[in-house]
Design a protein around this ligand. Sequence first.
Ligand code: ATP
Length: 860
Amino acid sequence: MNEKKIWQKSRMELLQDLSCGDGGLTAEEAAERLRKYGPNELQAGKQKSVFRIFLEQFADFLVIILILAAAVSAVLGDVESTIVILAVITMNAILGTVQTVKATASLDSLKQMSAPTAKVVRDGRVLQVPGRDVVPGDVVVLEAGDSVCADGRLLECASLKCAESALTGESLPVEKELGEIPGDAPLGDRKNMVFSGSFVTYGRAKFLVTGTGMDTEMGKIAALLKSTEEKKTPLQVSLDQFGRKLSIGILIICAVLFAVSVFLRHENVMNAFLFAVALAVAAIPEALSSIVTIVLSFGTQKMARENAIIRKLQAVEGLGSVSVICSDKTGTLTQNKMTVKKLYTGGKIISAEEADFHDPVQEPLLRTALLCSDAVVSEEGEVGDPTETALVRLGEANGFDEGDTRQRWPRLTEIPFDSDRKLMSTVHQLSGGLMMVTKGAVDVMLDRCIISPQERADVERANEQFSNEGLRVLAFGCRTVESTAVRLEDETGLTFLGLIAMMDPPREESKAAVAECIAAGIRPIMITGDHKITASAIAREIGILTPGTEAVEGAVIDSMSDEELRQFVPKVSVYARVSPEHKIRIVRAWQDRGNLVAMTGDGVNDAPALKQADIGVAMGITGTEVAKDAAGMVLTDDNFATIVQAVKNGRNVYANIKRAIQFLLSGNTAGILTVLYASLMGLPVPFAAVHLLFINLLTDSLPAIALGLEPHTDAVMHQKPRPRNEGILTRSFLASVALEGLVIAVATILAFHMGLQIGGAATGSTMAFATLCLSRLFHGFNCKSDAPVLLTRRMFNNRFLLGAFGIGVVLLGAVLLVPALEPLFQVAQLSWKLVGTVVGLAFGSMVVIQLLKMLRMRFK
Ligand code: ATP
């Protein structure tokens, strides 16, 4: 922009520069500008190209050694080995690329789903659009909790405060104001501007977009931003560590075997080297971490279809261990569809049907309800907070339009609602003077009203009666003020006008979801800003508040030390009138007891608690952008039942990852045991290098992925949550890996011996290779469950596994039976009898493992 900086310009100058008006752009203008300026996004952490992902598949230590081996074979004139090794490596790289691209694409689409949106004025109407579609010249509406998606100059501003720490490092929110700022002000002093990357902690505003994307202050430092690459999950980290240790062990074994072959058995150095490399490839589970990524990304797709959008991959893993779910009440456990049921005014309780705007006693209360509310109800639907839409609908039911009322007594200024203060006030020109009308939580309002003890007791009695019926109650008051410049301190000395009580019925699915939670060993807890009695009534109805547990107000824990709170939390199922600080302490207390805690939140102040929780869950519909940004998971339907469903998915995903790992590790163990056996017994080498490469890089990958896609079951919800620090590689898991590997190794060794006896070394090695390969394909079915599955319906319920098995059998069949492939894969021709023996032994290994599973189940 030209010499004079935008924060110094007058409003008119700026509108002229950007050729736009206060009323926003038209849709066509916005589309035109989007073409001109490009999407509103920072270009840090650019996407990798498919080719780059393909190349990265070769950046693995073992693959590099394989390439070297191929090169050496080429130099030595062994063209066949060279071709096969290169072909297998390339196939493996293609498979890896396809999986990575798919996984990244699904994670990207998830990110898009939870990407921030903005409220822009287009064609004179407020529209919700993706943040990336905002263009210079747009007028954007801001409310508490919104993230600011572009740089811009304020056009309107009501007590706006923005947190700009991402830009300026200043941790306290900055108060904003209209006006022109002279001189070359530093960023923090440009009070009339808002900046991309900050968020609104309080108030409302409208601003004119002056810069988007890389053309913002954030864009200037975008190069410094850390790349947005996904961090590894704890499971991936622990598997990587395990893999590294195992690799070192295996490399030592391979080196020893190489030395024995060359120096003691005087074998060809090249062959021995190739074999040692192949064995290392076959035994080192290099795919563990990537299998986890693939399975997690498939899991997140399923969750997204079921209304839970995962923002951090760690959350999927963590969901399986969740043992406490702290949930909001309004909108999560209840429908957030409020209907006014009762009123209290003039010392009397009346039903909503009896409300009468012409009654001089009721009129001030009912009028205040319409004035002190932002909701709009029109033919196109309802916009605004459901609590307020209920008030507006009460007016409409009685022939009073909120638009008319608000036009007659226009709002001059406001102090917006915030859930800490639990109040909202607006100032109007009323009956010759300025009048402030206030609504809010009953207990807070009563402390701000001038009211006799007798009247107060009556109001409290009415409030208790409403609350016992599970109704949500708001109190209303008013006072005259001197000027429109009202402050928080002015919300006192009010005249009490009455109460309005509304019904927010529990969601139909809440009760079943709570029961499912409890059966799964998870403790559901309600944490709400609402009144204790109202909260208790709802909590009792849906099964959260059970005999033996209690409901308390947040203030109760103020005086407790952390240790006292740790002892206290198990007794409490409902916390009412909580502040965001209470939420953090409650989460921490449960965590200190060794629990993994999921916590829901929607408001701007919930962000710290969402971050403190192991799994922060933000509301997609009613949640603020700030809450979504802090959360690991976003619910697109704001529904408690969706959290429980996500836990179920998380447990299933974890179980599937475990299956895939068990499959890979036990198969590798079988290969290693067979080679060690042959070496110790002084027998010929049981596999050619290409055999091991074939099994490990081709026929093994598909079943492993297929196991990661096992159909989910409800059975996981009949178990207790997995302890938070229990890894996958427990002793019993490794024991079963070893045992199953041993069984497959025995089948392979038997086949090897038979082959040796009947046709010598070549037949022996072909038999061993074929049996190991086919046993591992059968073993895929073993890994489906801890229980036996042989010939049950369960055995056939995963079409991916059936497909992977089919492809593996076809590939193996081709290698064994197509004469042209025999020299390439170094296999001898097998008689049909021997082929039958291979099938029998491989299937036999499966039967034995199934029997072992049966015994183990009995034993348990
Ligand atoms: P939850 O925390 O379960 O979502 P909640 O909606 O009751 O429950 P808050 O939004 O923090 O929690 O509201 C706290 C209290 O503030 C409510 O119980 C009510 O008394 C009052 N309140 C809610 N909405 C408004 C509003 N728009 N204006 C004035 N007071 C309100």
